[in-house]
Design a protein around this ligand. Sequence first.
Ligand SMILES: [Cu+2]
Length: 162
Amino acid sequence: MCGVLFLGSMMFYPSASAESLPQWIKNTALWYGEGSISETEFLNAIQFLIENDLIEFEQDEIVSENLISSVLIPNGNFDIANTGFYIPLNLEVTTGTTVEWINDDSVPHTIQSQDEQGKIIGLFNSAPLMTGEKFENTFDEPGVYNYYCSFHPWRVGIITVR
Ligand SMILES: [Cu+2]
């Protein structure tokens, strides 16, 4: 009894160790493997183990894809001489993810979606974000999305949605 049992959409991880299993279940498994006993008899044996807590199930919470992802605007982002751009510069997310931009800089910034020519387009556009403020947008379509800061147009970032 090792590995993962899939029951419906839930995953169970049997926590029994081989040492805790009685010899008879090993024989039963062997006999079942050899075809000496029926499947019903084998399942009855498993059932017995479960009912007597010889096999305990821990139900794991099914963790869905992380639906919020962050881009940090680091302190010093405003300064063209600094190399601190967006962290990460290209954020890769799955479709349906909400991306939040967090301004950790000492001055305001904006997030403006732009087309391939660098022109602002209306996909997602923030008001000026003060220090500590956030802006978020949910990406429902795969694609590569460029954005920049209208105050500091040399700061260009990318969201890649898969
Ligand atoms: Cu800026």
